[in-house]
Each structure stands twice: as structure tokens, then as C-alpha cells.
Design a protein around this ligand. Structure first.
Ligand code: FE2
Ligand code: FE2
Length: 180
């Protein structure tokens, strides 16, 4: 029975669909995007985040050796943020009934970010800044792709993007400070 009110969907119909949907998990059969494509894309994001974790960890340990404790702490914090992002993306992949690809083999080729060790402290910060700027541009595209078709994934990517922008700001501030 359809509602007379233009903005209210038939509650009975919604209930019926919700019961149906429970059989197929969190994501409804009415998923508006190509699910395989969405999962593949999120697995690329996952690989990128993990490569970022590894790069920041490497930079953390190397900066410690260079007696640059505040900078090392910044790297460590970023590594923790990227690990959280990786976990959030992996969770979203399972909600879409996909499998998070955590196979180390091919990780780098699935990733948009690079693993650059860098020789000096300035080098490391520059490599991290480039990596952050790459994901900022790429995540903005992904957000547009999800659009209104998958608002949960879009919001997740918006949260990630905000954090990556913060990371980029932190790093450019460090570069300015080191220039003094
Ligand atoms: Fe991240
Ligand atoms: Fe980041």
C-alpha cells in the first residue's frame, strides 16, 4: 500500500524488504554500484594504506636512530592512523561481502602509494608528503565515484581524506620548521 505522503515510503514495504535483506547480510541486494568493482577499488585503498603503514614505520625507526624524536613520534602517529584506515577499509570490504586482500605478494602493485625509504630526514618527510598528496587526489576521485550510490563507503572515504589532508599539513609544517 503506497503512502499518500510524497516523502514517506510505504513502511510495510520497507519492512518486507528489510526481512528479505537480512538473508543477504548488511548490504542489500539493491546495492546500486557494481559490487565487484567497489570491492576491487577498496582493496586498492587497503593496499595503499598498508604500504603507508610500512613506510611510516620504517621512517619512525630510522628517525629514532637520527635522534629526531619529535619527528619520529609524528611518523609513529601517522603509521597508527594508516593502520586504523586499513582496518576500517577491510571491515567495509567484508560488509560488501568481499574479502580483504592482505596478500603481501602484489601489495605494492595494488597500492597507489609508494614505499620510498628516503636517505635523510628531509627526504623521508618529502616522500611521505608526496604519498599523502597522491592519496588526497585519488580519494577525492573515489568519493565522487561512490557518490550517492554507496553513502557508507563514501563517508568512510571522506573521513580518510580528511585525515590524509591533516597528515599532509603536518608534514609540510615539519618541512618549514626544518628549513629554519
Ligand atoms: Fe590513510
Ligand atoms: Fe596519511
Amino acid at each position: 500500500m503506497a503512502s499518500n505522503h510524497p516523502f514517506l515510503t510505504d513502511i510495510e514495504e520497507l519492512r518486507r524488504r528489510a526481512w528479505e535483506d537480512m538473508k543477504s547480510g548488511a548490504v542489500t541486494p539493491g546495492y546500486a554500484l557494481d559490487r565487484t568493482q567497489a570491492i576491487t577499488l577498496l582493496n586498492r585503498v587497503l593496499a595503499s594504506e598498508i604500504v603507508c603503514v610500512l613506510r611510516y614505520k620504517r621512517h619512525y625507526f630510522m628517525a629514532q636512530g637520527l635522534n629526531a624524536e619529535p619527528i619520529a613520534q609524528e611518523f609513529l602517529q601517522h603509521a597508527a592512523d594508516e593502520q586504523l584506515h586499513a582496518d576500517q577499509v577491510a571491515l567495509r570490504i567484508t560488509q560488501l561481502q568481499g574479502e580483504p586482500d592482505l596478500n603481501p605478494e602484489g601489495m605494492l602493485s595494488r597500492s597507489a602509494s609508494q614505499y620510498k625509504e628516503g636517505t635523510s630526514l628531509v627526504d623521508m618527510i618529502k616522500e611521505d608528503l608526496v604519498a599523502e598528496r597522491v592519496v588526497v587526489m585519488w580519494y577525492a576521485e573515489i568519493i565522487r565515484w561512490f557518490g550517492d550510490a554507496d553513502t557508507t563507503s563514501r563517508r568512510l572515504m571522506e573521513d580518510l581524506l580528511a585525515k590524509e589532508e591533516e597528515h599532509a599539513d603536518d608534514l609540510s609544517d615539519l618541512l618549514v620548521e626544518m628549513d629554519r
